[in-house]
Design a protein around this ligand. Structure first.
Ligand code: SIN
Length: 343
């Protein structure tokens, strides 16, 4: 397996244990992000470096964690989340799988919020246990006045250690709300109140330091499951954005560059200008998968004749689904089934 050495240089080099022997075991996998970010000034909430502080320091800064779990921490990466690669996703998933197959009650992943939804969605599709994975981050760096990371981390560990979290798949925990990784996305570039699932809503909230779920355990309708234990690399899948006057050149460039699939962030219900649509139809005829998603940020993209509708998935989640789907099949109808949109 190949890794980006500069980002993964700390991977698995050290681990921290916070012993609380009578409490459930929770493993925290650190990857960086603003929750591990440091700025020069306590008032600086945008000009900072993400992924500066080790996960061990984040855990030590919240001694209350020992009241809810026996925590083990592993630094898988320490970077801004825009640098999280498919190799890191595989490393994270494999580390989580080994722990979940043992005594660990749940996993917490500390992560930059910018791409939390992609990593959380990936982990949701590949976790083959009933045990929870909770992805947590922060919108303010650890050095800021009123940093949100410590409370988010305590909530995430509490959630991962709770009996009620079982059977709900991977969750995103920020700003006191619990969202299903399958549906939740970052919707605001700077606000603390950024994670939403506009159509599906939250699964629950934190009140008085305890998770309060609105519904019993359930999973997203039609959610597939992938066993990636033997997968060494994920296929290249790219995203392009549709706009007025868009030309097919970008599709052609990506095919020439070796992409194995393309997701188009189309307008509305996955629309593109006619020339692009015609090229997508040609690619589809040749067996090359093009998924049509929506740039609107919410809603459903229906089945298409000239490509694969992304269903409920936004472009970045559709990309993860297509990458995983291509590890199993090249068949376009079977790939469409993963999105619930066979034409
Ligand atoms: C990042 O995603 O790494 C930076 C932004 C954040 O964590 O909020």
């Amino acid at each position: 397996m190949k890794f980006n050495k500069s980002i993964l240089s700390l991977a698995l080099v050290f681990s921290i244990n916070v012993f609380a022997a009578d409490k459930p075991e929770v493993m925290i996998l650190g990857t960086g992000g603003t929750i591990a970010g440091a700025a020069q000034k306590a008032t600086d909430v945008t000009g900072y470096t993400a992924g500066e502080i080790a996960v061990s320091t984040l855990i030590e800064a919240v001694p209350e964690i020992a009241n809810v779990a026996d925590v083990k921490g592993i630094q898988v990466a320490n970077t801004s989340s825009s640098n999280i690669s498919s190799d890191i996703l595989l490393e994270l998933a494999n580390t989580a799988r080994k722990a979940l197959n043992g005594d660990t009650k749940g996993i917490v992943v500390t992560h930059g919020t910018d791409t939390t939804e992609e990593t959380a969605f990936f982990l949701d599709l590949v976790n083959q246990t009933e045990k929870p994975i909770v992805v947590v981050g922060a919108m303010r760096p650890a050095t800021a006045i009123s940093a949100d990371g410590p409370m988010n981390l305590l909530n995430a560990v509490t959630l991962a250690a709770s009996d009620e979290a079982r059977g709900r798949g991977t969750m995103i925990m920020l700003n006191d709300f619990i969202g299903a990784a399958y549906y939740t996305s970052k919707t605001n570039s700077t606000s603390l109140d950024t994670f939403k699932a506009y159509d599906q809503g939250f699964l629950g909230t934190f009140a008085g330091g305890v998770p309060k779920f609105y519904y019993g355990p359930s999973q997203a309708t039609g959610k597939p499951s992938f066993n990636i234990s033997k997968i060494e690399a994920l296929p290249r899948v790219d995203i392009i954005y549709s706009y007025l006057d868009m030309q097919p050149d970008q599709l052609n460039a990506l095919v020439d560059a070796g992409a194995k699939g393309i997701v188009v962030a189309g307008s509305g219900n996955g629309s593109t200008p006619k020339a692009v649509r015609d090229r997508i139809a040609e690619l589809q005829k040749s067996g090359f998968p093009v998924v049509l998603a929506s740039r609107t940020g919410a809603g459903y993209v229906t089945a298409k004749e000239h490509g694969i509708g992304s269903g409920m998935l936004n472009p970045q989640k559709a990309r993860i689904m297509l990458m995983l789907g291509l590890t199993k099949t090249q068949d376009l109808a079977e790939l469409a089934d993963l999105f619930g949109t066979r034409a």
